[in-house]
Design a binder for this molecule. Sequence first.
Ligand SMILES: Cc1ncc(COP(=O)(O)O)c(C=O)c1O
Length: 392
Amino acid sequence: MKIPSAGTPVSLLDLRKAFLSLKGPEDLQNALCHRHGVTWCGLTGSGTSAIYAVLRTFKRRSDRTEVVLPAYTAPSLILPIRKAGLTPVLSEVSPKTLNSDATELLDRVGPNTLAVVPVHMFGLPTDLPVLIRCLNDREVFTLEDAASAMGTQLASREVGAICDVGVFSFNRGKNLSTYTGGAILSSREDLVTDLEAAIGEYPTPDFVLRLKIRAFAVALSLIVRPLGYTLLHPIAERLKYKELHTDFHIQAYTPFQARLGLSLLNKLERFSQKRLANGRFLQDAFSNIDGIRLPQVLETGAPAYNQFPVLLPDEQTRSAVHRAILETGLEATRLYPDPVHRIYPDIWNGQGPDPYPNATTVSQRLLLIPTHPLVPRSALERAVDAVERTLK
Ligand SMILES: Cc1ncc(COP(=O)(O)O)c(C=O)c1O
């Protein structure tokens, strides 16, 4: 059996509710607010367009133009920053936590910093309390990118609800997937009117696109299951993102997706527990194997692992371990082949010493192992055996 790298279990009942129930997007908005303890939530067609709306809202309140973000993260994060007329400023990542630590982000904050974007990579909570405390009174907004981390907790609080504004993605690889989609969360009363206005301008997808979204959501519910993935693997291959995005769609979330999202949100607790348990299993199993470096999780963190990240000693070993896991049927991935500064030549022209060597190292040595709720324990055991055999 082949098991995909990502998967939200969508049942027939979830689909039935999405097609037939009378609930509106406000039901999902209210449920997200309630779950995360915030006062406002807005929905968008993608995480990227959610970030764009937030940045435009920040920009209306300040003349500052710089946005600080980690050097190893989703490269597409650069797009909404640029589209909003702002300048990305990268900060180094830590090979221990695989996130940018608060001190690294704070080092990049200057008089022209509009916002800092801490990212919870792979569902691993990033260090927020120190960051928030240090930015207090500095007129710098914090935008928490929890795109891949719905269900993760930090000091018993849900991530995505800790900074001024938080963002989630509901794309096909995320902890809660409605094929595409995004959400913005905030309790900052002074921002929500503008946030609401910004996403209110997003056009509703036309009839054909709405139909396509429904069809893809149904197809995805079959493809993420081991049997579906084994049979339909060639089709799934064609649906995967293979090229760097150079732009993003700006559109509204559809009521169908909101109904599906609501149904899935009711099961998120269970999904998150499974992700945490799978991650802990891998953490324990790999801790006895030499040559594999495991992520350091913040003491107060409970990660809903989007995937479980490990670092191998070099690129060659990573390729060997990757191949060995793939042979077991489990789709481990390497994620982004390059850090952000090596993708955009106007950020770094490749001359002189690498300004973000840790980010480069992470991109060369990182391997991600699926932890989603459809991964059976036996598949993880086979993967651990494969890693052990390869590293022996
Ligand atoms: C950390 C991070 N931020 C933002 C996004 C953008 O989300 P979307 O694909 O819904 O636009 C992604 C998507 O992969 C991501 O991983």
